[in-house]
Design a protein around this ligand. Structure first.
Ligand code: SF4
Length: 685
C-alpha cells in the first residue's frame, strides 16, 4: 500500500540558469531526496551534482525562522508586527528627511518572478523610487544593454535544443561544464556526435581541452580578438553579403574600424598566433550553423557592453543568427536572473524592458498601479552603496543576496552597509550581509513556495511548494505586500502567487499570453508568448530583429582598468567551481558538495609557482590595492603564466576583498575578471 504522506513534487532546480526539472521527494512534510525528470525538455532526465544535492539547501537546522532585530550588536527574536513597525517608522523618517531616493531595494535572481515583480513594484509605488537592482548588475547587465542596442532584445536568441542542431559550437569566455553542467554535458555529447568545438578562453577549461581549436587569449583582449576575426573574414570575402545587405545597418563604419585590427597586431595584443586567428575566422564564418555561447568572461569587464557588441558584430556579419542551431546565447548564471531582469528589477526599466523614464510607460504603469511614478533616474546596486558612503542614501532592503561576499571590494561594501540608518535583509540563513542588518526577516525557500522561474532560454517554468516554510518564514511577495499596506499602499494585496503572475503577465508584453494553466503544458513556455505567438517562441530574430535591422556598432579594444605592474605583478581573475554556487549559502549546506573542495583556493601556473617557491597546498597571502586574503595554492597549467584565479564562493577566502570596483560606463558592471595582485608565501608555525 502506498504511503499517503510520501509524494514527489515536480519543480525547478534552484541553482543555475539552465533550469533543470527536479522531482522533490517529500515524506512526512520533509524533503528527503531529489529525482531527475526524464520528460523535462532541458534536462532530459539529467542533473548535475548541485541539482542532486538541492534538498540539503532546505535543511532547517540553520534557517532563520522568526524576524530578528539587532539590539546592542546582537540579534533577538521579534514578532512580525514589531519588526514591521520598526522598518515602517525608519523608512517614513528617512523619506521625510531625505526624500524617496534615499531608499532602495535589491531584489534577488534566486527568487521567483512573482517575488521580483513585487520588489520592483514596491520600490516604485511604496518607496517612490527607481532605486531597484539585483545581481544581474554583476553578471549579465552588459548582455541586456549591448544586445538591446544591436538586436533590440538582450536575451539568448536560440534554444538549448539548438546545441544539437549546430555544426559548430563556439564557447566564448565561459565554462559550461563547471557552471551550467547539464548544458555543458549536452555540448560534449554534441561534439561526440560530430559537432565541431571552438573555445575562446584564457583558461584551459574542460571544453577547451576537448576542442578542435582553443584560442587562449590574454585576459581582457576580447574586442581585439573579435575585431581581428572580422578583419580576416572581410579580407577573405567570408562575410554573408546577402544577410548584411538585407538585415544589417552601419556596415561601412564597422569595415573601417576593423581595418585597424590586422592579424599581426591582433596576435600581439591577444597572444593568439595568426594561424589560429585565421583558422577560427574560417571555422566561424564557413560553418553552416554556428551556435555561440558566452558568459562572464565577456561581461565582467569595464569593456563589458562593448565586448557583447563585438560578439554581436561577428555574428551579424556572418549571418549566424535568426536560424536554428545559430545565435548569440548568453548563459545566465542564476536560476532566475533572466526572470529578475524580465520583471524590471532594474533601475532603468519596468517589467518587459519598458523604459522607466519613458512617458508612455510611466502612464501605463501609473494607471495600472494607481500611483505617481517617480521621475528621477534610479541607482544601480553599486550606486546605492556609493551613495550610502556619501551620506545620500539611508535605507535599504536586500532580498536574498549577499553583496558582502559577491560584490567587488568587500571592505567598501561593508562600510556602505554599516553607514545605513536601516538595513533590512530578507534571508534563509545568516549570511555575511545579514550579519550587518538592523532587521532580518525570514524568507521561504524555493521548495516552500509557488511561483515561476525563467531559465536562460527564456523558458518560464512553474515552481511548486513541496513543504511549508519553517517557523514564521514567508514568501518575499507576501512580506513586501504586508509592508506596503503598513506604509499606506493597498495595491499589493494578492491572495496567492498565481494572482501576482496574472498581474505581471498583463503588464509584461513578453509574458502576456501566459497563465499558470498554460505553463503546465509542455514544461513551461518561452517568451515572447502573446496573441501572435500563443505557444511561445523558441527562436528570436528569424525574419527580422526586434529593433528592425541589426545594428553593427564599431568598438575598440581597451585595457582592463588595472594592469599588473612592479608592485602587483600578477593578474587575478575570478571563477566559479562546479560544486558551489554564488555565495555558497545553499550549496555549502551539502556535506557532499562541501567534501569536494577546500574552503578557498588560488589557482597558479607552475612557472609562477616555481618562481615564488609555491607548491600544491602552500598557504599564500594574496594582496591587491584593496585588501588581502589568505588561502592555499592549487598549481595547474589550466591558467596561463602571469594570471592567477580564485573562486568567489568562500567567505573564509573572499576573492572580492581583492577585486576592483572600476566599472563599465554603460551598465556599471564592475571589472571582476581582472585586477592586479601580488602573492607571498605565509610561514606556518
Ligand atoms: Fe541545477 Fe544547473 Fe545543475 Fe541543472 S545544470 S541541475 S539547473 S545546477
Amino acid at each position: 500500500m502506498s504511503n499517503p504522506s510520501k509524494k514527489v513534487i515536480n519543480t525547478i532546480c534552484p541553482y543555475c540558469g539552465v533550469g533543470c526539472g527536479i522531482g522533490l521527494q517529500v515524506s512526512d512534510g520533509t524533503v528527503t531526496g531529489v529525482e531527475p525528470l526524464p520528460q523535462h525538455p532541458v534536462s532530459q532526465g539529467m542533473l548535475c551534482v548541485k541539482g542532486w544535492s538541492s534538498a540539503f539547501a532546505l535543511d532547517p537546522y540553520d534557517r532563520i525562522k522568526t524576524p530578528l532585530i539587532k539590539e546592542n550588536g546582537h540579534f533577538r527574536p521579534a514578532s512580525w508586527s514589531e519588526a514591521y513597525q520598526l522598518i515602517v517608522d525608519s523608512f517614513q523618517a528617512i523619506k521625510q528627511e531625505h526624500g524617496p531616493n534615499a531608499l532602495g531595494l535589491i531584489a534577488c535572481a534566486r527568487a521567483t518572478n512573482e517575488d521580483c515583480y513585487a520588489a520592483q513594484k514596491f520600490a516604485r509605488t511604496v518607496l517612490g523610487t527607481h532605486n531597484i537592482d539585483h545581481c544581474a548588475r554583476i553578471c549579465h547587465s552588459p548582455s541586456v544593454a549591448g544586445l538591446r542596442q544591436t538586436l533590440g532584445s538582450g536575451a539568448m536568441t536560440n534554444s538549448i535544443d539548438d546545441i544539437e542542431k549546430a555544426d559548430l559550437l563556439v564557447i566564448f569566455g565561459c565554462d559550461p561544464t563547471e557552471n551550467h553542467s547539464v548544458l555543458g554535458g549536452r555540448m560534449i555529447q554534441a561534439q561526440q556526435a560530430g559537432t565541431k568545438l571552438l573555445v575562446v578562453d584564457p583558461r584551459k577549461t574542460r571544453l577547451a581541452k576537448l576542442a578542435d581549436l582553443h584560442l587562449q587569449l590574454n585576459l581582457g583582449t576580447n574586442i581585439a580578438l573579435i575585431n581581428g576575426l572580422i578583419n580576416i573574414i572581410f579580407s577573405n570575402g567570408w562575410e554573408d553579403k546577402t544577410f548584411i545587405e538585407e538585415r544589417c545597418e552601419n556596415i561601412d563604419a564597422l569595415r573601417k574600424k576593423v581595418a585597424g585590427y590586422p592579424p599581426k597586431r591582433v596576435a600581439e595584443i591577444t597572444g593568439v598566433p595568426v594561424d589560429q586567428l585565421h583558422a577560427a575566422a574560417k571555422m566561424y564564418s564557413q560553418s553552416e550553423r554556428t551556435f555561440l555561447a558566452y558568459g562572464m568572461g565577456i561581461t565582467q569587464y569595464t569593456s563589458g557592453t562593448n565586448n557583447v557588441i563585438a560578439i554581436s558584430n561577428l555574428t551579424l556579419v556572418t549571418g549566424q543568427i535568426g536560424r536554428e542551431g545559430t545565435g548569440i546565447n548568453p548563459l545566465r548564471g542564476q536560476n532566475n536572473v533572466q526572470g529578475a531582469c524580465d520583471m524590471g528589477a532594474l533601475p532603468n526599466v519596468f517589467p518587459g524592458y519598458q523604459e522607466a523614464l519613458d512617458a508612455t510607460s510611466q502612464e501605463k504603469f501609473g494607471t495600472a498601479w494607481k500611483c505617481e511614478i517617480p521621475q528621477q533616474k534610479g541607482l544601480t546596486s553599486l550606486g546605492m552603496t556609493s551613495e550610502a558612503l556619501n551620506g545620500r542614501f539611508q535605507g535599504m532592503i536586500i532580498m536574498g543576496e549577499d553583496p558582502v561576499v559577491t560584490d567587488p571590494d568587500q571592505n567598501h561594501v561593508l562600510r556602505a552597509l554599516e553607514a545605513l540608518d536601516m538595513l533590512v535583509v530578507v534571508e534563509l540563513v545568516m549570511t555575511e550581509t545579514a550579519k550587518v542588518a538592523d532587521v532580518i526577516l525570514p524568507a521561504a525557500a524555493f521548495a516552500e513556495k509557488d511561483g515561476t522561474f525563467t531559465n536562460c532560454e527564456r523558458r518560464v517554468q512553474r515552481v511548486r511548494a513541496a513543504i511549508p516554510p519553517p517557523g514564521d518564514a514567508k514568501t518575499d511577495w507576501q512580506i513586501l505586500g504586508e509592508l506596503a499596506k503598513l506604509l499606506g499602499y493597498d495595491g499589493m494585496q494578492w491572495p496567492n502567487a498565481e494572482a501576482v503572475f496574472d498581474e505581471l503577465a498583463q503588464l509584461t508584453p513578453l509574458y502576456q499570453g501566459m497563465s499558470y494553466d498554460k505553463l503546465e503544458l509542455d514544461n513551461g513556455l518561452q517568451w515572447p508568448c502573446n496573441d501572435a505567438t500563443p505557444d511561445g517562441t523558441k527562436l528570436l530574430h528569424s525574419g527580422q530583429f526586434s529593433r528592425g535591422k541589426g545594428r553593427l556598432i564599431p568598438v575598440d579594444h581597451t585595457d582592463p582598468a588595472e594592469m599588473p605592474d612592479s608592485d602587483y605583478p600578477l593578474y587575478l581573475t575570478t571563477t566559479r567551481l562546479h560544486y558551489h554556487y554564488g555565495c555558497g549559502s545553499m550549496t555549502r549546506k551539502s556535506p557532499l558538495l562541501e567534501r569536494e573542495t577546500p574552503s578557498g583556493v588560488l589557482f597558479i601556473h607552475p612557472d609562477d609557482a616555481r618562481k615564488l617557491s609555491i607548491q600544491a597546498g602552500t598557504l599564500l597571502r594574496i594582496s591587491s590595492r584593496r585588501g588581502e586574503v589568505e588561502t592555499r595554492a592549487v598549481v595547474t597549467d589550466d591558467l596561463p603564466p602571469g594570471t592567477v584565479a580564485m573562486p568567489y564562493h568562500f567567505k573564509e577566502a573572499p576573492s572580492n576583498l581583492l577585486t576592483n570596483t572600476a566599472q563599465d560606463p554603460v551598465t556599471k558592471m564592475p571589472e571582476l575578471k581582472a585586477c592586479a595582485v601580488k602573492i607571498e608565501v605565509v610561514t606556518e608555525q
